[in-house]
Design a protein around this ligand. Structure first.
Ligand code: NAD
Ligand code: UFG
Length: 332
């Protein structure tokens, strides 16, 4: 019996693969390397001293996907594979809908054919749109403002519909807040393509001198210091959340939906100051305009995950900042 990890060479997938292997799970990684590289697979092996099967397969290639299921006894899937840049999704909606939606539909078709009935899906806090109150609970209204977010919402709906049609089909939908940090070894971490959109990859590149300064997107929000507040979560905590979710759906039928965050928000300036302090390095920044589509504050109510899965994030902002820095220093 194996767990198929789609997108397992990516940022969150690779960290989850390490946790799965460390607990003795048997995994198969599938990735098309559209946003990752084969070296990551060697790093996962180096960290865990364990081996696993890998398939370079695109989810859009249904025949190749079928072969993966034909050749293996896959009874669970953790589905990370997808395109994830909000801005790019506005420029390339067809590509995003095709990759994320068609890719997931192909996966579900093949899972059905091979009687594979458990899936953990990577959703996002973006599905809450601009929440009226904070912290955000799982039963808050859902909405999206860009094609990326729309794909997450649509896939959530598709998974729920498949469960309605087949009660044996078990689903965990995990809504991630803002993952940052890297594995302690410094061997795996976030490697964005081109100029980073997200804040931590940008901060570390300013700190190493690749970019002159960070632009803080607005300081006139209704927050303590005027800059945007987010719920940053260490990627290793997030990875462990997938093991908890897997346990949950092994033991329970139905569709389980959980926020994965720390429950605490930090502003952009708090993040920058913490990064500077714990790493003893300067991060130059300037205040710029708001980024279109950004909201003032976003942080999770994490009680459901704690109560129902016994999962909590344990790593604080300082550790996240240290580990992000360690990764960039080892991979300049
Ligand atoms: P990532 O880009 O590092 O990893 C995704 C992986 O999927 C990459 O290795 C990529 O090559 C692969 N992939 C993409 N399309 C594929 C396809 N058609 N076939 C096979 N492989 C394909 O991204 P990540 O940060 O690790 O995110 C993982 C998942 O979590 C994504 O679904 C993303 O939308 C979601 N998510 C991420 C964040 C975040 O801030 N990183 C927040 C919320 C949700
Ligand atoms: N920010 C800056 N300067 C930058 C980049 C970001 O000031 O150069 C600010 C943003 O305005 C925001 C905060 O830093 O206040 C975090 O921004 P990110 O781009 O790192 O993250 P977002 O919260 O905008 O979005 C992320 C993922 C989305 C996901 C969402 C919720 O990129 O895919 O979290 O999970 F949907």
């Amino acid at each position: 019996m194996s767990i198929l990890v789609t997108g397992g060479a990516g940022y969150i997938g690779s960290h989850t693969a390490v946790e799965l292997l460390d607990t003795g799970e048997n995994i198969i990684i599938l990735d098309n390397f559209s946003n990752s590289s084969p070296e990551v697979l060697d790093k996962i092996k180096q960290i865990t001293k364990k081996d696993f099967k890998f398939y370079k397969v695109d989810l859009l290639d249904e025949n190749a996907l079928d072969k993966v299921f034909e050749e293996n006894n896959i009874d669970e899937v953790i589905h990370f594979a997808g395109l994830k840049a909000v801005g790019e999704s506005v420029e390339k909606p067809i590509e995003y809908y095709n990759n994320n939606i068609t890719g997931t539909l192909n996966l579900l078709k093949v899972m059905k054919k091979y009687n594979c009935k458990k899936i953990v899906f990577s959703s996002s806090a973006t599905v809450y749109g601009n929440p009226k109150t904070l912290p955000i609970k799982e039963d808050f209204p859902l909405s999206t403002t860009n094609p990326y977010g729309a794909t997450k919402l649509m896939i959530e709906q598709i998974l729920q519909d498949v469960n309605v049609a087949d009660k044996d089909f078990r689903v965990a939908i995990l809504r991630y807040f803002n993952p940052i940090g890297a594995h302690k070894s410094g061997l795996i971490g976030e490697v964005p393509n081109g100029i980073p959109n997200n804040i931590m990859p940008y901060i570390v590149r300013v700190a190493v001198g690749k970019y002159n300064e960070l632009t803080v997107f607005g300081n006139d929000y209704d927050t303590e210091d005027g800059t945007g507040v987010r719920d940053y979560i260490h990627v290793v905590d997030l990875a462990k959340g997938h093991l908890s979710a897997l346990k949950k759906i092994r033991e329970n039928s139905g569709v389980q939906i959980y926020n994965l965050g720390t429950g605490r928000g930090y502003s952009v300036l708090e993040l920058v100051k913490t990064f500077e302090k714990v790493n003893n390095v300067k991060v130059n920044y300037k205040i710029g305009d708001r980024r279109p589509g950004d909201i003032a504050s976003c942080f999770a109510d994490v009680n459901k995950a704690k109560k129902e899965m016994n999962w909590v994030a344990t790593k604080g902002l300082e550790e996240m900042c240290k580990d992000s820095w360690n990764f960039i220093l080892k991979n300049k």
